[in-house]
Design a protein around this ligand. Structure first.
Ligand code: KIV
Ligand code: ZN
Length: 525
């Protein structure tokens, strides 16, 4: 059945497709399934799970999500090309509700400089692809790439033609983040007034944030009649990113008196979902980010605190609880038991299995021995890092570092492989972190190129944990890993080991290839 709605805005999440296309944001299949599960719990209407024709890995993840995630429609992107459409159809076949999303660029710039195709040829391809997709699936979306830079007259013709061919959703992207709210409102109003059969389909909006207006432009389109918004968690995506899901949803909710329309989203899941995506992608949410940033509900100025004490509505337009941020000041410590720990984990919005909770509780106890007080940020880090880092094949059994000003830094490491072998290695480096990385590389027997190394404090205080995110390149692919510890050299080594493990798993499974991942713009058309 098509996702149709006249009385609410359909939320189409593309974190796993447009979001994942952002540099350094690629995810493993297991991570994608975790995100897709969180998106289902958030109650998004459509999950764009990937671009099935882009690579065998993309195909596999769209297929796995289609088979496992029930509730939202599962969608695959496809260029207007017969092979792409067949691959998308095959990948989403197992879904409870499936959608095929075909796209082709329509603007003069893309027509002449990228596609070198005439207007008529583009319409012909679009119509053929929509018809082909309809042979597999009732729910077919068409996108006119770079629509915001396409002349109104031609875009109107394209939209009319794809609706006649059977598209049930027509998406109008601001692919390069160029439009402004007034202009986009006019474009959607024009389509509403000039495409004869437009009320039979859902008009959709898809904005990029190059000028910081993705959310404002999406809301302007909703005002003019768009009933689907395409967005990503934390606004991750190509270049400056996409329209942020949490911002657009909370704008519609908080200003319902203005928009007169809402969404089906469970807003209390916004914060945990944001944290999950940030931890998996390593794209940190700025403290001052709207809705989900750490400071979004912090009040510093005395006059504001005074107002807040009298009544929170003086300075707060949303309740933190409504987006899943709990106000509790409860601090756990080494005497806190499993029950208190579980309660706090649940209050923070995590839904973890008994086994994962047990593992996380052990990590918590170990941390509480090293740290006076364990804050919410620490617990979030424990839960988030209880994933891939533990799935081997390598673990660090011992790490010894020697460093100081004027002396050469050295590291000795004992690594264990899950086939029970043990390797001891040592290395020197420009500092303790480099020495540790070199020793690990020697131990596992392959080298990677470090591209980025970031450290952030998980909570406040001088015994706060440091979270290290590393991005490395190996055989043309980017890999990212996180590590958390009160000792940042150890956090760095854990993050490095996570990427090493990802690569080692691919090498052992024989799925490592030297070709870089396919890109949607490396197009045949
Ligand atoms: O930005 C864009 O135009 C896209 C389309 C493929 C929908 O991502
Ligand atoms: Zn996009």
């Amino acid at each position: 059945m098509n996702e149709r709605s006249d009385d609410r805005v359909i939320i189409f999440d593309t974190t796993l497709r447009d979001g994942e296309q952002a540099p350094g944001c690629s995810m493993t299949l297991r991570e994608k399934l975790r995100v897709a599960t969180a998106l289902r719990d958030l109650r998004v209407d459509v999950i764009e799970a990937g671009f099935a024709a882009a690579s065998p890995g993309d195909f596999e993840s769209v297929q796995a999500i289609a088979e496992e995630i029930k509730g939202p429609a599962i969608c695959s992107l496809a260029r207007c090309h017969p092979d792409d459409v067949e691959k998308a159809a095959a990948a989403v076949k197992g879904a409870e509700k499936s959608r095929i999303h075909v796209f082709v660029a329509t603007s003069e710039i893309h027509r002449n400089l990228k596609l070198q195709m005439a207007k008529e040829e583009i319409i012909r391809r679009a119509v053929e692809s929509v018809k082909q997709a309809r042979e597999h699936c009732d729910d077919v979306e068409f996108s006119a790439e770079d629509a915001s830079r396409t002349d109104f007259g031609y875009l109107t013709e394209v939209v009319q033609a794809v609706i006649e061919a059977g598209a049930s959703t027509v998406n109008i992207p601001d692919t390069v983040g160029y439009t402004v709210p007034g202009e986009f409102y006019d474009l959607f109003s024009h389509l509403k007034q000039n495409v004869p059969n437009v009320d039979d389909i859902v008009l959709s909006v898809h904005c990029h944030d190059d000028l910081g207006m993705a959310v404002a432009n999406s809301l302007a389109a909703v005002n003019a009649g768009a009933r689907q918004v395409e967005c990503t968690i934390n606004g991750i995506g190509e270049r400056a990113g996409n329209c942020s899901l949490e911002e657009v949803v909370m704008a519609l909710k908080t200003r319902e008196n203005f928009f007169n329309i809402g969404t089906a989203i469970d807003t209390t899941r916004l914060y945990p979902t944001s944290r999950l995506v940030s931890s998996i992608t390593g794209m940190h949410v700025p403290r001052n980010k709207a809705v989900v940033g750490e400071n979004a509900f912090a009040h510093e100025a005395g006059i504001h605190q005074h107002g807040m004490l009298k009544d929170a509505s003086t300075y707060e337009i949303m309740k933190p609880e409504d987006v899943g941020v709990s106000r509790s000041n409860l601090v756990l410590g080494k005497h806190s038991g499993r029950h208190a720990f579980r309660e706090r984990v649940e209050q923070l919005g995590f839904d973890v299995s008994d086994d994962d909770l047990q593992r996380a509780f052990e990590d918590f106890k170990e941390l509480a021995d090293r740290k006076k007080e364990v804050f919410d940020g620490d617990i979030e880090a424990i839960i988030m890092n209880a994933g891939d880092a533990q799935s081997g094949p390598w673990t660090i059994d011992e790490l010894q570092i020697s460093a100081g000003s004027g002396s050469i830094a050295s590291a000795a490491v004992r690594l264990k492989h899950n086939d029970d072998s043990v390797v001891d290695e040592a290395a020197v480096g420009d500092g303790p972190v480099e020495a540790a990385f070199k020793a690990i590389e020697r131990g596992v027997g392959f080298e990677v190129q470090l591209r980025n190394f970031e450290v952030r404090s998980v909570t406040m205080g001088d015994d706060a944990q440091g979270e290290v995110t590393v991005t490395v390149e190996y055989n043309g692919h980017s890999y990212r890993g996180n590590g958390v510890s009160t000792d940042i050299v150890e956090a760095g080594a854990l993050a490095y080991l996570e990427v090493i493990n990802r690569i080692a798993r691919r090498r052992e499974a024989g799925t490592d290839t030297s070709a870089p991942p396919a890109n949607k713009d490396a197009a045949i058309i």
